[in-house]
Design a protein around this ligand. Structure first.
Ligand SMILES: [Zn+2]
Length: 266
């Protein structure tokens, strides 16, 4: 699942291909509603940026494309005429500029909106501080985690709440909690400010370090995962067998080390 760090790297990849170039052709198809991308043909791309797990591509005619990849989406850049790595039917958006074709595959959310409406646009305006933003405000993230509406949430669910802090997905949730030795089922209201701030700063550190990796699908050594995807295996730190259970609204399971992350409150 693409998390904030992957979207950040996709933004850098797309910036290199699109920025300062005019759109020669654009097309889009569903399932679901498709943006009327013919409206960007002839416009020049003025920037590409990530906002949490959203990617925003801006054009000089006042329009912007917002994409959210959810579980399986990806952005690819090809040379003109180069064969695609995924089938045409998985394409949701293709933008052709001089020297490159940018293709989105499988993103369930792509929309074309007015750039000036972005500030009040619901999915973006509601986002908490972006962990990968240079001006990331950790105190504001803490304040949002401390909101009474989140006191009863498990910390595993709370740090993935994009309205509290933007960028953490399932992988970095696992790794942040393990590294801070916090059990995923502890309630936010039971944790002190020092612990919550340690989680925020650890998530930021992990995401930032991960932006230096190549993109998903590219050959690369992944950073060491301590718990993510390791259910039933021995803990890399203490050799205890890692456990997992379903958590929150997400149907996937959360894995933890019973010894390194003690105090199971369930
Ligand atoms: Zn352990």
């Amino acid at each position: 699942m693409p998390e904030g760090d992957s979207v950040y790297r996709f933004a850098a990849l797309l910036r290199g291909a699109l920025e300062g170039r005019p759109v020669l052709a654009a097309r889009s198809h569903g399932p679901g509603p498709s943006p009327r991308v013919e409206r960007i043909v002839g416009a020049t791309c003025t920037g590409v940026r990530s906002r949490g797990k959203n990617l925003v591509i801006s054009f000089d005619n006042g329009l912007a494309l917002r994409g959210h990849l959810r579980m399986y989406g990806a952005w690819h850049v090809y040379a003109p005429g180069e064969p695609w790595q995924l089938p045409e039917r998985s394409m949701r958006l293709a933008i052709e500029v001089p020297g490159a074709v940018v293709v989105n595959f499988n993103a369930p959310e792509i929309e074309l909106i007015e750039e000036r409406a972005l500030a009040v646009h619901r999915p973006l305006a509601a986002l908490g501080p972006d962990l990968l933003d240079d001006s990331f405000d950790a105190e504001e993230a803490l304040r949002r985690l401390r909101d009474p509406s989140r006191a009863g949430l498990t910390v595993g669910d709370a740090i993935m709440d994009q309205r509290a802090l933007a960028g953490v997905g399932n992988i970095w949730k696992h790794e942040t909690l393990f590294r801070c030795r916090v059990h995923p089922w502890r309630r936010v209201g039971e944790l002190d400010d020092t612990t919550l701030m340690a989680l925020i700063l650890k998530a930021q550190e992990l995401l930032r370090a991960s932006t230096r990796r190549p993109l998903p699908g590219m050959p690369a050594a992944r950073p060491t995962m301590y718990v993510y995807g390791r259910t039933g295996m021995p803990c890399r730190r203490c050799n205890t067998r890692l456990r997992s259970a379903p958590q929150g609204l997400d149907p996937r399971r959360t894995t933890w080390c019973p010894r390194c992350q003690p105090g199971d409150p369930r």
